[in-house]
Design a protein around this ligand. Structure first.
Ligand code: DC
Length: 211
């Protein structure tokens, strides 16, 4: 079964998706990390972020690889590097190209096709895995999302983080909508455990014991 978890930055997707995958013993596929790794590599190799075709060529030549919680691209361990604020600021410019999205969609479908997985992103329930058994769309108040980002990026000033988050929301808006059949969960005041428990209950309801 595929569990699709979508929503804006800071809505709690990664923490919840990791927790659900761990508890269900499903694979965890972080599609945002794939866009981030491509953005990281484009900066590293001076590839124009406006050139969708060049970005696809780069992505094809250097597919992103996951090993446990580590992320690799072109021989570099980019696990930490892709979370830097400089990547936050450019990743949407990479993800906005239709040809880049088509390339990523195909790669993400391949990764999702090899068994049970929790797949996290923006367009998983709508585009990448529209047939997912469970679809969840997480949301949270802007203030709470900024607070969570600030806990993850203590080195960046709060004001700059809030501005980055807002401009990323605007640039990601084209991808950001819940699938018609997604359960929308507001995580603003919900602990991770409670959100994960709700999703796990949805998975169990779809695959009752003995079925
Ligand atoms: O979830 P994240 O913040 O790591 O995602 C990084 C960026 O990648 C996000 O700003 C938008 C883009 N993205 C996307 O367009 N589609 C996805 N399925 C996942 C991420």
């Amino acid at each position: 079964m595929i569990v699709a978890i979508d929503g804006p930055a800071g809505a709690g997707k990664s923490t919840v998706a990791r927790r659900v995958a761990g508890e269900l013993d499903f694979r965890y596929v972080d599609t945002g990390a794939m866009y981030r790794a491509l953005a990281w590599l484009a900066l590293e190799q001076d590839v124009e972020l406006d050139d969708g075709r060049a970005l696809v060529a780069l992505g094809r030549a250097h597919p992103v690889r996951f090993s446990g919680s580590a992320v690799y691209v072109a021989g570099h361990d980019v696990t930490v590097g892709i979370r830097e604020a400089r990547i936050d600021r450019v990743v949407s410019a990479v993800a906005r190209h239709p040809e880049v999205r088509a390339h990523m969609r195909d790669r993400q479908r391949e990764l999702a096709a090899t068994g049970d997985a929790v797949v996290e992103g923006r367009d998983i329930g709508t585009v990448v895995c529209p047939g997912a058994g469970v679809k969840v769309y997480l949301v949270a108040d802007e203030t709470e999302r900024a607070r969570r980002r600030s806990a993850e990026r203590p080195e960046v000033a709060d004001e700059a983080l809030a501005t980055d988050l807002r401009s990323r929301d605007e640039r990601d808006a084209a991808q950001m909508r819940p699938a018609d059949d997604a359960a929308v969960i507001d995580t603003t005041r919900l602990p991770v455990d409670a959100v994960a428990a709700r999703i796990i209950a949805m998975v169990e309801a779809k695959s009752p014991v003995g079925a």
